[in-house]
Write a protein that binds this ligand. Structure first.
Ligand code: PNS
Length: 164
């Protein structure tokens, strides 16, 4: 039997409840989902790739179900190459608003050109997270604003540690 494996790539600096919402929505669609954390040294991230992977690994059991295996991995280079290496059938991406669409469409078409066999699957984020992005969360938190309910409690705690 073919395993329906997908990757969910992103920077996840940090993981938000919007990301978790997309992962939850993907669970019934695939047998296995790899949360693929991009190792992008140029970006000056708040969390190292190792910290991000560890955090995600600690949070995933909260949303896990018995039918879909959830793992976390990091990668460098092209998403399409990583997906191919992992034998994934699909690349999952979340769309929050129409403004995401153009960028996501360009990426999906480029990834299809690179790996025609791998489909990008877009899932619509819940409305309550439609404005939530990692960058906005970092900015608001760093300036003393509340992000409760928009990122997992563990992420909020780790962000607080970073600011000490
Ligand atoms: O959710 P993000 O942080 O916007 O994720 C962007 C990501 C990681 C999916 C995108 O930047 C990416 O795929 N980077 C890897 C390099 C690559 O494959 N670039 C070409 C995409 S068509």
């Amino acid at each position: 039997m073919n395993l329906r494996r997908a990757i969910f790539p992103g920077s996840f600096d940090p993981l938000t409840n919007g990301h978790l919402d997309i992962i939850k929505r993907s669970l019934p669609l695939f047998d296995e989902i790899i949360i693929a954390v991009l190792n992008n040294p140029e970006k000056n991230p708040m969390f190292t790739v190792e910290e991000r992977c560890r955090m995600i690994g600690e949070i995933l059991p909260e949303i896990k179900n018995s039918k879909c295996e959830l793992t976390v991995d990091s990668f460098s280079g092209l998403t399409a190459d990583f997906a191919k290496r992992k034998n994934a059938a699909a690349i999952v991406r979340g769309i929050r608003a129409v403004s995401d669409y153009e960028y996501e469409l360009r990426m999906a078409l480029m990834n299809r050109r690179l790996e025609p066999e791998i489909e990008t699957v877009f899932l619509m984020a819940a409305e309550e997270y439609s404005y939530v992005s990692s960058n906005l969360m970092k900015q608001v938190f760093t300036l003393g604003g509340r992000v409760e309910g928009l990122v997992p409690a563990l992420v909020e705690a780790r962000m607080r540690e970073k600011l000490k």
